[in-house]
Ligand binder design. Structure first.
Ligand code: COA
Length: 351
């Protein structure tokens, strides 16, 4: 629980105005804090309004609260367990919140994400974020987790890391022992302005490949394709099918009818693309999980899937298409997508 390098301990000692004497300082500060602050598991019905308010107060300037989605993101997964999220209360008022998500689909949980950490603005820089983070790490360690990622839950997430808009947050995580390495970008595309003009889809068709919405008969093959080629996406495809049906999926097929590529499309009316509709409009859409079988890459199939996804969203009445978690922004730029926001990637190994 206490960071190895003792940076946090020294900081706490400063706060207490006492000389540094190792772990005792940290324990002392936490004891001081815990006299007035109660940390307890989040209770959905009772606590959601105060967590939403905390979101508005801490993040609202840059990230309009996705009211429809915050509950879904925090508790919508079948693997959500009470105790995954914790609340810091002072005299009954919510002043902090931390959310975690663990992959419990395996017999022993090993990976998890820290979805969200917020401390009310007037109580920041007083050790409360660190206290909540420690409590969350204890919960994850008890669940058998080996590695925690910033932002990225195994089943849902708000962000792919720490948003660059959250000033000081990256420093906070570094100070608390996280390794920050690299970044991701979220991109947008005004789909009303794009056109293919034979550049991508025709070129793919000329090679004998076709793009279509999967039929009922394709679904078992589609899930087997994900399981084999993109196992990290398999659960997301299962969940999409369960919640929204096959309409939100796109498959590329070989001349012999084999599935060789896939993508997921969503909009407000189809699927669940509402995460940032306060910023990107109620008519926003999204697509992701564009994957092509490895032996067929480099033949323009991924580009054709991407173009088809954008054009399909346009027929759904979408204006802004949101493309999340992009590590190769140049690739998406050729379709008219532009960078929107970026995130620092971070990880912590628990021993
Ligand atoms: C990031 C956040 C959770 C930190 O919580 P906190 O209670 O303010 O943090 P602590 O008091 O425990 O800070 C511990 C140390 O982290 C570092 N730190 C925290 N906030 C910092 C900031 N804004 N700038 C630079 N360093 C910071 C400091 O070293 C700090 O110690 P110090 O105050 O003695 O210098 C809080 O600022 C917050 O709610 N921000 C808005 C939401 C957000 O950005 N969340 C992250 C994305 S999930």
């Amino acid at each position: 629980m206490i960071p190895d390098n003792n940076t946090a301990g020294r900081r706490y000692a400063n706060k207490l105005g006492t000389p540094w004497d190792g772990e005792n300082n940290e324990v002392a500060l936490k004891t001081e804090l815990s006299k007035s602050i109660n940390i307890r598991p989040f209770r959905l019905r009772e606590d959601l309004p105060s967590v939403q308010k905390l979101w508005d107060d801490t993040l609202g300037a840059h990230w309009t609260n996705p009211y429809d989605d915050i509950r879904e993101c925090l508790t919508g997964s079948q693997q959500y367990r009470a105790g995954d999220h914790l609340l810091a209360l002072e005299h009954g008022k919510t002043i902090g919140f931390v959310a975690t998500q663990t992959d419990t689909s395996q017999s022993s949980a090993s990976e998890a994400g820290l979805l969200l950490l917020m401390v009310s603005p007037e109580r920041q820089r007083q050790g409360i974020g660190s206290l909540l983070l420690d409590a969350a790490i204890v919960h994850l360690r008890d669940a058998g987790v080996n590695e925690v990622r910033l932002g990225q839950g195994p089943h849902s997430y708000f962000w792919a890391g720490v948003p660059d808009t959250c000033r000081g947050a990256a420093r906070f995580f570094e100070i608390n022992g996280w390794r920050l390495n690299g970044s991701y970008t979220d991109m947008v595309c005004d789909v009303r302005t794009i056109s293919d003009n034979g550049r991508f889809i025709d070129k793919m068709n000329e090679q004998g490949f076709v793009l279509k919405k999967p039929t009922e008969n394709d679904l078992a093959d589609l899930l087997a394709f994900e399981q084999l080629h993109f196992p990290d996406w398999h659960e997301y495809f299962c969940e999409t099918l369960r919640k929204h049906g096959s309409e939100c999926l796109l498959v590329a097929k070989s001349p012999s009818g084999e599935i060789i590529g896939t993508a997921v499309l969503t909009s407000a009316s189809r699927g669940s693309a509402r995460a940032w509709c306060g910023l990107l409009g109620d008519d926003m859409g999204a697509f992701g999980c564009v994957g092509v079988r490895s032996d067929l890459r480099g033949r323009g199939i991924g580009a054709a899937i991407t173009m088809k996804a954008l054009l399909t969203l346009r027929t759904w009445g979408v204006k802004n298409c949101y493309i999340h978690w992009v590590w190769s922004t140049d690739w998406y730029r050729k379709f008219g997508c532009t960078a929107w926001r970026s995130f620092r990637r971070g990880v912590m190994t628990l021993k």
